[in-house]
Design a protein around this ligand. Sequence first.
Ligand code: 5AD
Ligand code: SF4
Length: 482
Amino acid sequence: MSNKRKDCIISLPCLEDARKKNIDQNTIYRNYYFVDEFLKSFGIGKKYFIRTYGCQANVRDSEVVAGIFKEMNMLETQDISDADIIVINTCAVRENAVDKMFGEIGSCKAYRKNKCQVCAVIGCVCEQPDNVEKIMSKYPHVNMILGTHELPFFADNLSKLLQNNYKRLINVKSQGGSVYENFPSMRQNNYKAFVNIMYGCNKFCSYCIVPYTRGRERSRLMEDIIKECRDLVNNGYQEITLLGQNVNAYGKDLKNGSSFAKLLEEVAKLNIPRLRFTTSHPFDFSDDIIDVIAKYDNIMKSIHLPVQSGSDEILKLMARRYNSKQYKELVDKMRKKIKGLTLSTDIIVGFPNESEEQFEKTLEMVDYAKYESAFTFIYSPRKGTPAAKLNDNISDEIKHERFNRLVKRLEVYVSNYALSMVGNTYKVLVDGPSKSDKSMFSGYTESNKLVHFKCDDSTLIGKIVDVKILESHTYSLIGELL
Ligand code: 5AD
Ligand code: SF4
């Protein structure tokens, strides 16, 4: 019987289309999705499991998918073997994330033999033709493959798959993309929220797959973002993080005078206790943004400013649109104008042809910027990007050796900062029992430093409390609740 069931291939990814740099118009759709009666009755008594890889944009996308499941009357389960629908939301930014994901989808085979009716792989990995081919040929238990642009139509695709009893449904568009409002959503957290302000990226850094998987930069209207944030404030949220691949470019595509500085100021005025944003690109970090950050106490002074490399030649090859001098000037300006600024960054080592001298420029940049925190990556060629055409000629040994030296150098400044906090008291937003020691609670300071402290009062979860720092463990702190 099952052999007779057909694949339903609606659309397959196409790198040529994904490469197109223009978007005709930022179209905003408001009435596009519904969960039909079939899905609503299908969902009764059933459970879903979602695994999310990658960045905050994926976390937010998974919240939207969870919102759809909620409208289908489904319940969430943390036990994958008990799920009727499994969703794996994927990240394509580096090969190790993709490998991990393939490991997990392999292990889903066993669950499909039991009660699981749908195993869906969605998101960035599906935007790459090779990955879709691999899933189709090697993972037949995956019966739904959806690209990033299909998220608003998740319910339609699911309904189509189940109602027609297709063997498998594949729907991946490679396009600039549009903006969709009025998403259903089930937020993971009732005191910290991610709010998308824009989607996609136009920067096309030469190593990065994101512009191909998520389409062109397109901004939501300011009024829609403000409304979402106001509702969150009214519902008692303590922290909002404004999300975009390149938030500083917010509004450029709207051509109606909207800008990130204006948006940030309007959201800050809603009096959310903590306002954050990520990710910033140094190229678009204008003075008016710095002024707004400096002006409002509730805009957190911890800013993520990816540098990627300290070498001008490598920055050029990366197509980052700034050189080390310009980046340093920006750091100086920010440190001068924003009191209490803490900086974090992203750095890639082992980019093609990176020489020892060029790598040392990155170490020099670390010494200059004195980052309070950092994410470090080994270069991973992404098929379809310009950098992937360069010879990935730095040996694994050298890549790892540079990576370790970089981490060691960064640790000096991370540790200095952590030690400088000992003895002082900071405001901490309480997350709840710490993952490693259940007798401790954990939370984050305004500067985004993880703090553990003795506590068993669960009424404090989601509240901002004063914690005195007693000990530094470099990447986290031990404190005492006051
Ligand atoms: N290889 C290694 N790191 C990468 N990043 C993005 N693409 C790659 C790649 N191909 C890193 C960048 C970016 C972060 C989110 O991931 O540092 O800022
Ligand atoms: Fe990737 Fe560069 Fe866009 Fe960031 S700004 S998502 S690194 S292309």
